[in-house]
Design a protein around this ligand. Structure first.
Ligand SMILES: [Zn+2]
Length: 107
């Protein structure tokens, strides 16, 4: 069983892709204030391939990745939602392809 194929099978079991929130560092002046609230910096996903942050930017041209729905014949549901960087997705699809070819060659 290929690593990537196994990975996708696991991802297919996941119900939702978790969105995380990054907060700005507390600055010391504000810490003693009762009403001080953590200030939201940005939201992000974790890449299913490299496990690093994918910042959710408002402008699409600033986005390095996001949630993509992949049509995959070997998953039970037919489609798998993944969160990935654009560059990771490319690499991921390449590895998947060669694994699928390997599987088929095994007969
Ligand atoms: Zn990545």
């Amino acid at each position: 069983m290929g690593l990537m194929i196994e990975k996708v099978r696991q991802l297919a079991e996941r119900s939702e892709i978790v969105k995380y929130t990054k907060y700005k560092e507390n600055n010391n002046d504000a810490k003693h204030l009762v009403k001080y609230q953590k200030e939201k910096d940005y939201e992000y996903y974790l890449c299913d391939y490299c496990y690093k942050e994918i910042k959710i930017a408002n402008k699409w041209e600033e986005r390095t990745g996001g949630v993509i729905e992949l049509p995959l014949e070997f998953s039970n549901r037919g489609k798998v939602k993944v969160a990935m960087h654009n560059k990771c997705l490319k690499q991921f699809l390449k590895e998947m392809e060669s694994e699928i070819i390997n599987e088929k060659n095994k007969g």
